[in-house]
Design a protein around this ligand. Sequence first.
Ligand code: SAM
Length: 349
Amino acid sequence: MEQLKIEKMRQFYDLFPYPNRPLMISPNIEAHLTAHGGFAQLLLQGRLLLAEKLWNLAVKFSKGNLELSKEEWNALLIEMEEAFPKSKRILLVGCGTDEPLLFRKLHPQNEIIGIDLSRRAIQKARKKISFHSIINIITNHKKFKKVEFLLGGAEMVLPEKALGSFDFIQCFGVLHHQPDPLSILFPMVERLNAGGILRLMVYSYHGRKLERRIQSRYSHVWNQFLQKKRFRIEILLKYILLRFWQFLNFLGFFSSTGQRFRYLGLGSVSVADALMHPSDPGWPLPYIYEQATQLGLELIYCEGKLEKEGHILGFENPILAWNKIVEGDKNQELLTNPILIFRKASKVE
Ligand SMILES: C[S@@+](CC[C@H](N)C(=O)[O-])C[C@H]1O[C@@H](n2cnc3c(N)ncnc32)[C@H](O)[C@@H]1O
């Protein structure tokens, strides 16, 4: 039963690889400084001021008003590389199409392995790295180091001891799609070295009830996925209709949904991911913390944005911040999907 759900998900991501941005678009490391392994290490070392500075720089860059000299920028990168040296191993679980390139740019020398269920997602990720490696040779006279990819369900791949152990595991936008999130969370913790970092992004739970209701309208189509031809035609028709609705909604034709689904923009993948996903049961936020701590993980940071309070950042007291985020989600005030950073405190029994 669960295997069938995962198979539907594989079909989905083969049809709609995520985020599937154009080949020439490369993620900016400046906007993703907090994804660097060094950010988590700074938190562990108690260097909170520098970590907060990185967070602020990333936000400023995203808003387009970052002014940093090349020297300042290089000095920051050196600090982060010292905190997270090139000997450390990185694993990306459910890596999608763009994350491997982002991590290769953030960590030019580290060993990086990406796991994904979808063959097409991995093909696109590989192409993206090759393309930008050529650009890097032209502009910096340096080729990108390889990223290794493993095709398959993480619940099957992660228990393989041959993978070895990792210092940093990122699993973004993946756990809430699993019929059994623990089937991935548990082996990820096993693959972490003691003191290693697990960085997660999970969907808000209560805030996405409407999305889940809409997705259920498409469930009968996904149930036909073994009848290949009929399935493809039906999915294509439904997708075209959804894109048409998305376009009109973007132009403000529907007052009831205009504001609520503004975040979809005009992107071709975002609308399928939000509204047609075959496996999006959600994962109630309180369980994540509870289960993570039971597995020997210690929360060292979290972030989310609430409607009234703005950004909630867990630099000083991550547990208090997390409780606020969970409460905000319950009140449907959580505007972003929360990010959590854990440290593996001890060996899992
Ligand atoms: C929403 S995308 C996120 C991609 C990437 N992490 C990011 O944040 O851009 C989810 C990805 O996880 C992969 N995925 C979902 N379930 C998986 C599983 N059980 N094992 C391996 N990959 C999985 C999908 O194929 C898809 O590429």
